[in-house]
Each structure stands twice: as structure tokens, then as C-alpha cells.
Ligand binder design. Structure first.
Ligand SMILES: *Cc1c(COP(=O)(O)O)cnc(C)c1O
Length: 420
């Protein structure tokens, strides 16, 4: 049986939507709209699912910060003992500010700057996931300047098709991520000769919103073959990082539960001593959050009716960017016949839509909850049209924490100067 809502801690009580013990209406009254609202219980439950599936095994779950980098969210995961997968020096600073442990941080990304390498070496991160030969050389040089040894894994590209959206598949030969599988052995030999590197592991990440464990299991088998080849050459790895990518339900997808997704992967590594790392992003936060927005106008048309809301593509880019589907629910139930609406924002772009063809019983001024917005929502937001970013709130039982204030307009141009 599928739950009514993809967000597990969302429920209707007395005809009104509540997240955990808090009415969404009360949040809108207190903090305004648009606001991102996250459930601490849902964040914790999704992390626990990984922890339980990996119980009894040497393993580390590194939350992929780019999915949602709010300090409040990071602090919840830090408190649960999570590691973190970062893609910039900025994300490392966030992790540390939120109380995360640098010793559990892995650093991914194809374009690490020297300054970012220094910052990460000084913080003492667990591993650099290196994505090219040039990066290996640069990291060796930077570590040498600091008199440190940089722990590394090579991110290999296992060339399996994750069968997901082309913009979010990363493990094919044709994209910019990782080193070609056939080049990995030679690159490891080269890394072994560089004096300021310490070979720690191997990494891969094949894509996002994966709904089937088969491509990842195929990638894991290829990676294991490489690990054994390296061992035969005297290069022993201590960890194997299998990346993130598990999908979530936005509409009618049926992603496997975390345990079912991990089971075939764990089977590949049965009896092995290496630590297994995972870098989940979306599956930890996606369904733990929603975007709360208010209807400004209802605008009937000859072909389409529009519900113009106060959230827009600058707040939630996924529909405009990937034609992504997000469930939209009226916060207050009304005894009205539903009408079919395009849910659009105020931005001057025809691509500024949040949802197409939704049947809703709503009036002007009503609140809508746009579900499954916890991942790649706020982190992909912008100030397009000089719109301040939304507030962010974490609900915890019947308590409410404002974890990011709504941006003020003067803060948006505080760094700018008119010519005299
Ligand atoms: C984006 C990314 C992740 C997280 O992916 P999800 O699909 O959100 O789980 C993990 N690792 C790397 C290297 C990434 O780029």
C-alpha cells in the first residue's frame, strides 16, 4: 500500500494539513510564504533506514550536502553521526558550521580549486574523490606545500546506464564525471608514486533518482573487479564509495526501500573487509520537505485556468528545469467542486510553472503545499526577478524552528554599487 502522501509525516487533521504536530496554516501565519518546511522526524527516519540497512557492517553514510545545505538540516544529520559528501569549499564551511565532523567528509567534484584543496586539507577531511589525472597532480602539489598527505579515492566511471533523466545521469562514458574505467589502473599506479597522496579508496556515482538497484549493482561488480586488480598490484584500498542516487516517490514512482536497494549491493561485498560508503542526497531529504505557498490570484482563461501563487521557478526550479512533477495539495479542504489549474508563479517567463493540470478546490488566498521539495529545492533557488529567497523552517513534533530567515530586498543588492 502506498502512503497517501510521499512525505511520511504529513497528515490531514480537522480538514487541514499538518506536518508532524504543526498546522501548515500556522506556519504561514507566523513566517509568511513562500516557505520551505522540513520535518525533523522524516529526516531522522530516512537516515535511520540507511543506518539499519547497514547495521553490523563497516559503513559510512555521507549525506550529499548539495541536495539541501541548510545548517539546520546539516545539524540534524551531524547529530545522527552522518558523514558528508561535499562539492565545494563553501559546503565544507557549512558542514563545519553545523557541527559536522571533518573526519567524515568526502570531497567530490571535477573542478576543485587550489584554495579548496588547502581548506579541505587543513580541516582534515576523510577523502578527496579525485576525478582526473590533472587533479591528482595538483592535489599532490598542494598537499606537499602544506606538508600533509592527502587521502584520495579515484572516482571511476563504470559506464553503466542508470536509465534516469539525461541531465542527472553521471556514470556514462560521454559525461564529464570521473575517470574512464579503463584508465583507472594506470592512474592508481601514478597516484601510488606521488609522494603526498595516500590512496584510501575508490568511488563511483552513476546518477540520480534511480528506481532500480540493477545498474548500481552492475557498477559495484565492476568496481570490485578493479579493487581486486589493484590488490594484486599491492595497492590495497580501505574503502569503497558507491555514491548516492536512490530515487524517491514524487508521483507514482515505486522506488525500492533503502534496505531493498542496498541488499544486492551488500551481497556483492559479502565477506569483504573494506568500509562501504554511500552518498545519498535526495533519498534523505526529498520527501522530508515541502514548499508552502499562497494563491495570489485565480485567473480563469479560455483554454487554461491559472492559479498564480507567490512561489516561483526561482524558489523551486525543478519543474522548469527538468519538467519535474511535484504533488500539489490544498492546505485547507473546501467543499467546492475542483477546477483544473496551471500552478504558476509571478516571474516573467512562460517557463515559470510549478505544476500543470491539477484539480484543486481552492479560492484566492488559500495555501498550497508543493510536496517532495526537500531536495534540490532551496539549494537550486535564485534571486531572479529580485525575489528574496524563501524562509526555511524545521518542524520537530509540535515545535517550529526558523532555520533560515526570509531574505530581505536590501540584502539582495547590498553588494552592489550604483555609478556616481
Ligand atoms: C549529487 C551527488 C550525490 C547525491 O545524489 P542523490 O541523487 O541526491 O542521492 C552523491 N554523490 C555525488 C558525487 C553527487 O554528485
Amino acid at each position: 500500500m502506498t502512503e497517501r502522501y510521499p512525505t511520511p509525516t504529513l497528515k490531514t487533521e480537522g480538514g487541514a494539513l499538518h506536518l508532524e504536530g504543526v498546522a501548515l496554516d500556522d506556519i504561514a501565519t507566523r513566517f509568511g510564504t513562500p516557505s520551505y518546511v522540513y520535518s525533523r522526524a522524516a529526516l531522522t527516519a530516512s537516515f535511520d533506514a540507511y543506518r539499519q540497512a547497514l547495521a553490523g557492517r563497516r559503513a559510512l553514510v555521507c549525506y550529499a550536502v548539495k541536495a539541501n545545505s541548510n545548517l539546520g538540516v546539516l545539524s540534524v544529520f551531524a547529530g545522527l553521526g552522518a558523514g558528508f559528501d561535499i562539492v565545494s569549499g563553501g559546503e565544507l564551511a557549512r558542514v563545519l558550521a553545523a557541527g559536522g565532523d571533518a573526519g567524515k567528509v568526502v570531497f567530490s567534484g571535477v573542478g576543485k580549486s587550489r584554495a579548496e584543496m588547502r581548506q579541505a586539507l587543513e580541516a582534515g577531511i576523510r577523502c578527496f574523490n579525485v576525478e582526473s589525472a590533472a587533479e591528482l597532480e595538483r592535489l599532490d602539489a598542494v598537499a606537499g606545500e602544506l606538508g600533509r598527505k592527502a587521502p584520495i579515492a579515484l572516482r571511476v566511471n563504470p559506464d553503466v546506464d542508470p536509465k534516469t533523466h539525461p541531465y542527472i545521469s553521471t556514470g556514462l562514458k560521454s559525461n564529464k564525471f570521473g575517470v574512464a574505467f579503463d584508465d583507472a589502473l594506470a592512474l592508481y599506479r601514478r597516484a601510488a608514486r606521488l609522494p603526498n597522496l595516500r590512496i584510501s579508496g575508490v568511488a563511483c556515482h552513476i546518477g540520480s533518482q534511480l528506481l532500480d538497484p540493477a545498474p548500481m549493482t552492475e557498477a559495484a561488480q565492476k568496481v570490485l573487479g578493479l579493487v581486486d586488480q589493484l590488490a594484486a598490484e599491492g595497492i590495497a584500498l580501505d574503502h569503497i564509495d558507491l555514491g548516492g542516487g536512490l530515487g524517491i516517490r514524487y508521483r507514482d514512482e515505486t522506488p525500492p526501500a533503502v534496505a531493498a536497494y542496498l541488499a544486492p549491493l551488500l551481497a556483492v561485498f559479502e565477506g569483504r573487509r573494506e568500509e562501504l560508503c554511500f552518498e545519498p542526497g535526495r533519498s534523505l531529504v526529498g520527501n522530508a520537505g515541502l514548499l508552502l505557498t499562497r494563491i495570489e490570484y485565480l485567473k480563469p482563461g479560455t483554454e487554461k485556468n491559472f492559479a498564480i501563487v507567490d512561489a516561483a521557478m526561482n524558489d523551486l526550479a525543478r519543474p522548469a528545469l527538468y519538467d519535474a512533477y511535484h504533488e500539489v495539495v490544498a492546505v485547507q479542504q473546501r467543499q467546492l467542486p475542483p477546477t483544473r489549474y496551471e500552478i504558476v508563479g509571478p516571474i516573467c517567463e512562460s517557463g515559470d510553472f510549478l505544476a500543470h493540470d491539477r484539480d484543486l478546490a481552492v479560492a484566492e488566498g488559500d495555501l498550497l503545499a508543493i510536496l517532495s521539495a526537500g531536495a534540490y529545492g532551496m539549494t537550486m533557488s535564485s534571486n531572479y526577478n529580485t525575489r528574496g529567497r524563501a524562509a526555511e523552517i524545521i518542524v520537530d513534533g509540535d515545535r517550529v524552528h526558523l532555520v533560515r530567515q526570509r531574505e530581505t530586498v536590501d540584502s539582495l543588492y547590498a553588494l552592489e554599487t550604483p555609478l556616481a
